[in-house]
Each structure stands twice: as structure tokens, then as C-alpha cells.
Design a protein around this ligand. Structure first.
Ligand code: NDP
Ligand code: 8X3
Length: 261
């Protein structure tokens, strides 16, 4: 908690699931953290800000609407972000925003779905990281935590696009970490297995019954479970890099190895 006290943390995709839980977990761990919460849905971010306010009066929260799939919006975000108060103080970037659309097989995947997954999960994450690295280099400090997935290690049928975006996150993270070995900047990837969030609702385009079926007879991880790991990774001594983490619920052996009751 002491190590995270007063830190300035930017989270993408903070409006639900893992990102939302991560924001709350930072505040529970270090009540005086300074959070920049971003996502496309501003209303959910405002609600989260209110919830954080009821947990801690010492936390500072800046809510910013940001669509990471749009490079122009990322540029706008960085131009608008107050320099001395927020930008120059940034300590941690959590690249969490991401999504999956459908389970269609190659040949049947809508171009729009390919683009939204790549633009969000890959290009968005790269563009956010490119913006942050010069700031971190100038201070020779900072932590980048990327949320990958088991899908990036173990591709499955119907996941060609999503799985390949997460494989890209993995490779990008590893190159970056190796590029920065002459600095004090830390780079980490956390690969969750099954986590119950809005992820499957988004995958099935709002069909809640299809989403619920994914979690039937199993006990998935929660956003909080992953949030605790993000906080652990961020809160180590500055010389400690937890480069790579794979996390499953106990019933899951791999992307397509699931024990159902
Ligand atoms: P949720 O759908 O609950 O949350 C996804 C978050 O990403 C939302 O806050 C959403 O906000 C945001 N997001 C989506 N598109 C954009 C965009 N273009 N710009 C900015 N924010 C965006 O799912 P999870 O919490 O599960 O997902 C978080 C991360 O975890 C993702 O990267 C996902 O791939 C990964 N993951 C999830 C697993 C799971 O089983 N749930 C397993 C492994 C990895 P908004 O819609 O408001 O923009
Ligand atoms: C989410 C896990 O296996 O449903 O990243 O793609 S999986």
C-alpha cells in the first residue's frame, strides 16, 4: 500500500469488468491514489467516480471519455490531459480496454468485427503505450501493465481474430520490456483465463442468455481477482518486474479445457 500511495494511474476500459475492478482495488489498497479513468461510456465512469468518492475522500479521480480504437481520439486525449497535474505525474498505465466480437470462422467474419478488435486490442494498446513511454523515459520510471489473455497463447476455433490480437499484445509487450532493460521502466502482461464480466455479452452482441451459457456450470474468475493481481504487480519494489502472469479459475486447464459440473 505504501508503494502505491499517491501514485497516478491511467486505466483504459475502466467502465466495466476488470478495468472497473482495478480502479476500485487501487483505491482500497492506497486511498490517496490519483486515477485517470477512461472508456467510451462516460456515464459509467462518472458512477465509478462517485463510488470511489464514497470509499475514499483522499483519492483524486479524473474521468475522460476515450475511444482507444480511434487514433485521433487518443491524440485529442493527450492534448487535453492537464500537463503538470496529470501527464507529467503519470506512474502507471493499465492497458485493459479490449473486446471480442462473435465466434465466426475465417471466411465469414465481418470486416467491421476484424477492424474493431484489431483497432481496439492492438492498435489502441500500442498507441497508448507509444504516448506514455517518452514520459516514462524522461523520468526513468513508470509501469506498463497490459491485459492479454490465455487466448493469445492458445488459439481456438472461432477465435482467430481475438486470439491473434492477444498474441500481438504478448509479442508487443515482450519486445517493449526488452527494449527497456536499460531503464527503470517496468513492463508486464497479465493473461487471464475465464473472467465473468461484460466480455461475453459483448461477444454475443448483447445476447445475455448466450453470455450466461458460457459461465453455466463453472465458477469463473471475477474482475476483482484480476484486479488484485494488477495491484500486486504494480505494488512490487521498483526493481521487481513480474513480466508474465497466467491466471485461471480452478476448473480451467486452458482456453478450451474446461471442467463443467
Ligand atoms: P468488459 O466488456 O467488462 O470490459 C471491457 C472494457 O473495455 C470496458 O470498460 C469497455 O468500455 C472498454 N472498451 C472496449 N472498447 C473500447 C474502446 N474502443 N475504447 C476504450 N475502451 C474500450 O470485459 P473485461 O473486463 O473482461 O475485459 C477487459 C480486458 O480483459 C480485455 O482486454 C479483454 O480482452 C481481457 N480479458 C478478458 C477475459 C474474460 O474472460 N473476461 C479473459 C482474458 C482477457 P466502453 O465500452 O465504455 O468503451
Ligand atoms: C478471454 C478468454 O478464452 O474466452 O480472453 O477467449 S477466452
Amino acid at each position: 500500500a505504501k508503494r502505491l500511495s499517491g501514485k497516478t494511474i491511467l486505466i483504459t476500459g475502466a467502465s466495466s469488468g476488470i478495468g472497473r475492478a482495478t480502479a476500485l482495488e487501487f483505491v482500497k489498497t492506497a486511498p490517496d491514489v490519483r486515477l485517470i479513468l477512461t472508456a467510451r461510456r462516460q456515464e459509467q465512469l462518472e458512477e465509478l467516480k462517485t463510488e470511489i468518492g464514497s470509499l475514499s475522500s483522499a483519492a483524486e479521480v479524473l474521468v475522460k471519455k476515450l475511444d482507444v480504437s480511434d487514433p485521433a481520439d487518443i491524440k485529442r486525449f493527450w492534448v487535453e490531459l492537464p500537463k503538470e497535474e496529470w501527464k507529467d505525474k503519470l506512474d502507471i498505465l493499465v492497458n485493459n480496454a479490449g473486446l471480442v466480437k462473435g465466434l465466426e470462422h475465417v471466411g465469414d467474419i465481418a470486416e467491421e468485427d476484424v477492424n474493431i478488435m484489431y483497432n481496439t486490442n492492438v492498435t489502441g494498446l500500442i498507441n497508448m503505450t507509444q504516448a506514455v513511454i517518452p514520459l516514462f523515459k524522461a523520468r526513468d520510471a513508470g509501469t506498463v501493465i497490459n491485459i492479454g489473455s490465455i487466448a493469445g497463447r492458445e488459439p481456438y476455433p472461432g477465435g482467430s481474430i481475438y486470439c491473434s490480437t492477444k498474441a500481438a499484445v504478448r509479442a508487443f509487450t515482450e519486445s517493449l520490456r526488452k527494449e527497456l532493460v536499460n531503464t527503470r521502466i517496468r513492463v508486464a502482461v497479465i493473461d487471464p483465463g475465464q473472467v465473468e464480466t461484460e466480455f461475453s455479452v459483448v461477444r454475443f452482441r448483447g445476447d445475455k442468455s448466450k453470455a450466461d451459457a458460457v459461465y453455466a456450470g463453472v465458477e469463473p474468475l471475477t474482475g476483482e481477482d484480476i484486479a488484485e493481481i494488477v495491484i500486486f504487480v504494480a505494488g512490487r519494489r521498483e526493481n521487481v518486474v513480474i513480466a508474465d502472469t497466467l491466471v485461471f479459475p480452478s476448473h480451467q486447464g486452458g482456453a478450451s479445457s474446461m471442467h463443467r459440473k
